[in-house]
Design a protein around this ligand. Sequence first.
Ligand code: ADP
Ligand code: ZN
Ligand code: ZN
Length: 725
Amino acid sequence: MSIVRVALDVPLSTLFDYSVDEGIPVAAGQRVIVPFGKRQLTGVVMEQAATTDMTPERIKPVTHVLKDSAPLSGELLGLLRFCSDYYRYPIGQTVLSALPVRLRSGKPLVSKPALSYRLSASGAALDIAAFPKRKVVQRRILARLVQQPCSLAQLKSLSPTAGRQLQTLLQEGYVEQCEEETSAGEHRFEQTHTLTGEQQEAVEAVSAALGYACFLLHGITGSGKTEVYVHLMHHALQSGGQALLLVPEINLTPQLENYFRSRFPDLNMVSLHSGLSEGARAHNWQLAQQGAAQIVLGTRLSVFAELPGLALIIVDEEHDSSFKQQDGLRYSARDVAIFRASQRRIPIVLGSATPSLESYYNAQSNRYRMLRLAGRALAEARLPAVRCININQTVMHNGISENLLREIGQRIAGNEQSLLFINRRGYAPVLMCAACGWLSGCMHCAGKMVLHLQEKRLRCHHCGYQTRVPVACPDCGNPDLLPVGSGTQRVESVLRERFPDSRILRVDRDSTRSRRAWQTMREQIHANEVDILVGTQMLAKGHDFPALTLVGVLNPDSALYSSDFRAAEKLFAQLVQVAGRAGRADKPGEVIIQTAFPEHPLFRALQAHDFEGWAASQLAERKMAGFPPFVYQAMLRVEGKLESEVYGYLDQARAAAIALRHEVEVFGVVPAALPRRANHLRAQLLIQGRTRKELQEFLRAWQPSLDALPSQRLRCSLDVDPLDF
Ligand code: ADP
Ligand code: ZN
Ligand code: ZN
């Protein structure tokens, strides 16, 4: 009999010992099913052991060894051990949460081979030149299949409608299905541009790196960062390696995927994100694990993909806060990626037009290497002109200034698109009674209910609670209730009134509930079937809309004087990103910002396209105030129904922290920014260290005290390197 230590998805910071019969080979990294209490759980063998502290009667045998996928590598297990330790999260939960859902379950992994398509005999006999000219996409598909069989994903890079056209070709019998080739394809690289000098330098610097090196690719929007990525991947793949590209948003993966596929037409590329079905995700994960997928494109969880040939990691839009997981294992995929690169001794590239101040500071202090793309890749493309409109000195129509409306009118006349950016969905953020001052508060939260006029509802965006819009004030009976402030719906209605004949499209979480809806909208925008876009940050990210020449920013001011010290940094990044949507093709773009503070340094820096100056002033402020990146933070958050329990827990945790007498700074226990959510009180305790090491040593020493505190009715979480306060 031998002993294995197994990681299980239970909230205890320990591994569990089980026995295996002699003669059954079990390796570290193998998935197993074991009894746990009355249940059978799937776990991962972390190590084999010679002895156990458990008595022979109590130790139970492993029920089943799963052999449907290769064991996890020692490298991945090491990465997960590091994450469990760094983020103070139980090892079992860390390991299991890093696996695709299908691999966490005991269900056998029947990995169905994905289908490929090839010409049938009658398809091969076709003369494509004689094929009807108007069937453009079908012609393209046929021409492609003449060269070799392709997967659906590969064909989709030819056109967004390739799926439908392929169905037609299948029905007509010109194309037939076959099994996908999962062996690595031939490496063909579509060289479409000559690199600019700056791009060339960046590519050479990274390609010359031997072993671990972290590069910050700071390139203005339109400078051609993607082109640099493509060349770097080419370099890594040429020597048989795999490349991992992390992106912040699943919404961006389909278009990026198509783009990379068009550049590496014969390579196997897979995407990993939560928009995929469980089966597809597990399948793609396995292709990566087998080395059959040379490029993996994914959102944050893909930083844990098994990649035996990993030779390069790229983190696009590295400043984006969606790389940080906000529950469970609260990891930063960017930071884990950096650790992974150093563990594997390979280069990593962090790309952004507006790097996070953490990364920027690291580059300035030579911990990372800075690579700059200061010019736009297309010579004729100009950065957009940025102009501020003082909302206190102009005529406003429910949140939109007359000047901005006039500009939009001109764009419509010139058949150009405008985008209005407002970071609030719904009609108005609050409903008010002017007679008595009643506000539409949520009965379960400390926040306000948002008016959704189309649905005639008040909705709490914090807890999801909703009610009908009251016909009169619940406190005084006054029937005249006023919507205060603007959200996307209100902006849309103002525009419809002013431009009744124009085509207006609202893009926010409410209007894009289905994935199909967002896809259709993007196609409409590209086909120039839209005159005015109204949207939240969803629209700001990465999308390339060629006819767009005007961006209006409606309510940026709340972030200027926020209590969150990162609010201004985030706003700057967001505005650069939306501004980057304007005038990307041959037409110059313009950005109009509506603000009460047109002289604010943030807008000045934006107008001057001066990230460096802005970052320098922000870093100086952070240094003075003692904020990251000059200190390292961890936040203990607690939620519960009883105030005494929530604060009691935190007070004891704080006392224990102080008793440890470490060098770290232990702040006071304070209510969270939203002090009550869904009837739970929320409070927090901040710890700050001058170095990562100092903070980590403290957290390790503190953990046993936290584990010993009673917490049955509380939700507690420790957030290392928190982004939200
Ligand atoms: P970024 O991601 O930095 O905002 P992109 O990678 O989207 O910029 O590039 C902007 C545009 O410039 C794209 O249309 C791209 O095809 C084009 N481009 C990139 N590099 C070159 C180059 N070396 N020569 C010509 N065009 C380029
Ligand atoms: Zn009232
Ligand atoms: Zn609520």
